[in-house]
Design a protein around this ligand. Structure first.
Ligand code: UT7
Length: 331
């Protein structure tokens, strides 16, 4: 019998209705549409507005839409993994909350924290449960409410991020489609360049942490940029070489959407033309764990069974990696 692999068999997304444009941002901080488009490539991003709405609400809605689209019963889900760095709260896990809100009663689950690499790390983790032969339907929900940790007085970070969640169904495949390989790496010495300083066990919430703005995300943009450009391209090129995939063979590069310049540099190193790169940063910004599946969802109708895809991400931690995936269905 062929090896059991995990293939993506369905994908659905939730995008909040509210659109935060560059024009609105330039009324909030000293910035402009021209600067944001030139240096980042983002036109607008979605923001989850409304009292008591959290990452789990976006995730549960994405999951319910996925169940409706694929005819999946919530009770048939064996495992739920939520990839996020903006959990509803420290505990219970956002996976528990999403399971409750989406009516998932026969599963166990957990959160996975890997910032912008969250989706690819969770995809690999989920796929190992499927490959074991014991798990038949794994639900992966990748999403972040970045607006809950963005400082809208800081022009160096507030244009970058948006909110979204995407739900992905993984099932066993014995026809050689699905997750083929991964190359992952972390480097914790990069942790001081992109993080939330306060609120954890190191600096528990206090008047002082609030006054210092320690609950907002902090980023040294240029430092992160330099490492991201080289590492994301390194792992994507290494994956091509490892599997003898040429630029012609590859159907799509699916890159994390942090900055248009990082995406273009990665594509250049891989020898790819822009037509083979999924790019939607202009409309959604950096939605952290959700960027890569949001691209897959946006391009779902164009994807064909057997298409070779390389997913590549870089994020806080530092965390980075690439996945080689063979698409498993025509929609
Ligand atoms: O997804 C997780 C990983 N994160 C990333 O991959 C993000 C990586 N970093 C980046 O994408 C870029 O570094 C940024 C988009 C964050 C910043 O772009 P940059 O080209 O590195 O700009 P910079 O930080 O070098 O700043 C250049 C100038 C500065 O002014 P001076 O000192 O040259 O006078 C900034 O103060 O641009 C200024 N600036 C802005 N100007 C207008 C910074 N932010 C803004 C802004 N509007 N929003």
């Amino acid at each position: 019998m062929n090896k059991i692999r995990a293939s993506i068999t369905g994908i659905e997304a939730f995008l909040p209705e509210y659109i935060l444009t560059n024009e609105e941002l330039s009324r909030m901080v000293d910035t402009s549409d021209e600067w944001i488009m030139q240096r980042i490539g983002i036109k607008e991003r979605r923001i989850l507005k409304g009292k008591d709405l959290a990452t789990s609400d976006m995730g549960a809605e994405a999951a319910l839409r996925l169940f409706a689209k694929t005819g999946t019963k919530a009770d048939d889900i064996d495992l739920i993994i939520a990839a996020t760095v903006t959990p509803d709260m420290f505990f219970p896990s956002t996976a528990c909350v999403i399971a409750d809100k989406a009516g998932i009663k026969n599963a166990w689950g957990f959160d996975l924290s890997a910032a912008c690499s969250g989706f690819i790390y969770a995809l690999q983790t989920a796929s190992q449960f499927i490959e074991s032969g014991r798990y038949k339907k794994v639900l992966l929900v990748a999403g972040d409410k970045m607006s809950s940790i963005v400082n809208y007085n800081d022009r160096t970070t507030c244009p970058l991020f948006g909110d979204a969640s995407v739900a992905v169904l993984l099932e066993p495949d014995t026809e050689d489609f699905g997750v083929m390989d991964h190359i992952f790496q972390i480097d914790g010495s990069g942790r001081h360049h992109l993080y939330v300083k306060g609120g954890g066990s190191l600096r528990p919430s206090s008047h002082e942490t609030i006054d210092s703005g320690d609950h907002y995300m902090y980023q040294e943009g240029q430092t992160v940029f330099k490492v991201a450009v080289s590492k994301m391209a390194d792992v994507a090129v290494e994956m091509m070489e490892r599997h003898n995939i040429t630029a012609e063979d590859l159907a799509w590069l699916v890159p994390h959407q942090a900055n248009m310049r990082i995406i273009e540099a990665t594509a250049r190193r891989m020898g790819l033309s822009k037509e083979k790169v999924m790019i939607n940063i202009e409309r959604y910004g950096n939605t952290t764990a959700a960027t890569i599946p949001l691209c897959l969802w946006d391009w779902e109708k164009e994807l064909k069974k057997g298409d070779k895809l390389i997913l590549a991400a870089f994020g806080g931690g530092f965390t980075w990696g690439s996945i080689y995936l063979k698409w498993a269905y025509n929609s």
